[in-house]
Design a protein around this ligand. Structure first.
Ligand code: FA5
Length: 336
């Protein structure tokens, strides 16, 4: 069988002929395969020897067939070149387009790098959240007017689509205790009408640091470091008092609008400032809900508008572009 097979392969003049031989010899119903099927009827000693020889032959034939395929395809190229046909090896090959990251993802990854460099861990939380974590545990009891600050998508089973990433604060405290340094990037949902700077689906990045003697000075330092790292330059910011039931005192950190340089444009509603980073010292009630003793520990928290930050960084003047799925817009962003 071997000698006949090898001779036939060598004689073959085209890839199709070689393929036919491959199937005839090594295919599911090929001659060699059929022979191997007889193994089960042989005595043990005989079976061992025959099996080894048959496998060696199978490997040898496979190699010869492979080599013949290569030889024939090289010949094909040579033939087509010498026959003066239209084959042009200098033509560029097929171009496969690489995907690109979404601008919000790019900024998120950058911020994750900055914070993990400072020893923070990244945590996650559910988008379909319980009322307890989204409101109660954040010191916003039922019927508290602060619930109206975040128009909520309620689900029929009483759960809700989280309106912010702050529920991750309480979940992280309960899970890891103090001291704690975490960030939680994620998608949030609010039942609002959309305009150039508001979407009903957008990203925030929550941050929290809890330890003994954490103060407002620590908060300001970390926020300044974060923004100057993200923008790779000195940034202009302002702090205003802000009210959030889960922090006391609370602040609104605004960033000077980089799209218009503070002169006024639709993104900043012609005010020159973008509301970007609400923050404050974690309220003792919230620490208690997280199982942490406020007499022993203090902490700061912030809720960065990740989508708005991406707009600032890339000069995107309408937030709706970011959820549009329009590849012409998205393809313009590449990872640095
Ligand atoms: C909050 O959601 C608080 N949880 C933030 C916080 C965390 C305060 C920790 C204190 C301590 P606010 O509703 O302001 O706060 O939203 C935070 C940021 O999310 C805003 O500054 C803004 O950048 C962004 N944001 C809010 N609503 C929208 C929206 N509809 N579209 C796009 N971005 C939004």
């Amino acid at each position: 069988l071997r000698d006949v097979a090898v001779a036939k392969i060598k004689e073959a003049g085209s890839s199709a002929e070689v393929e036919e031989l491959r199937v005839k010899l090594l295919g599911k119903k090929g001659e060699l395969t059929e022979m191997l099927k007889d193994l089960k009827n042989m005595a043990i000693e005989e079976r061992k020897q025959f099996g080894q020889e048959a496998n060696a032959l199978k490997n040898e034939l496979s190699e010869i067939i492979e080599a013949k395929f290569k030889e024939l395809s090289a010949n094909d190229v040579k033939k087509s070149l010498s026959s003066g046909s239209n084959f042009d090896i200098s033509l560029p090959g097929t171009h496969y387009k690489l995907g690109s990251l979404h601008p919000v993802t790019i900024v998120q990854k950058e911020i994750e790098k900055i914070f993990t460099g400072m020893g923070f861990n990244i945590v996650d939380g559910p988008e379909v959240e319980e009322e307890f974590y989204n409101f109660e545990a954040l010191n916003i009891p039922k019927h508290h007017p602060a619930r109206d600050m975040q128009d909520t998508y309620w689900l029929e089973n009483g759960s809700l689509l989280r309106t912010h990433t702050s529920p991750c604060q309480v979940r992280a405290m309960q899970k890891y205790g103090a001291p704690l340094k975490v960030i939680a990037p994620g998608r949030c949902f609010r039942n609002e009408s959309t305009d150039a700077s508001h979407e009903n689906t957008f990203f925030q990045l929550e941050g929290m640091m809890i330890d003994k003697n954490v103060s407002i000075a620590n908060l300001i330092y970390v926020m300044k470091l974060l923004l100057s790292e993200v923008f790779q330059r000195d940034v202009k910011i302002r702090l205003r008092p802000g009210f959030f039931p889960f922090v006391e005192p609370g602040f609104e950190l605004d960033l000077n609008c980089m799209i218009c340089g503070g002169k006024g444009c639709p993104t900043c509603k012609h005010s020159g400032w973008i509301e970007l980073l609400p923050c404050g010292m974690v309220h003792p009630n919230v620490l208690r809900y997280g199982g942490i003793d406020p007499e022993e520990y203090t902490g700061f928290a912030f809720g960065l508008g990740l989508t708005r930050l991406a707009m600032m960084k890339y000069g995107i003047s309408d937030i709706r572009v970011l959820n549009s799925g329009d590849l012409r817009a998205m393809e313009q962003f590449s990872v640095r």
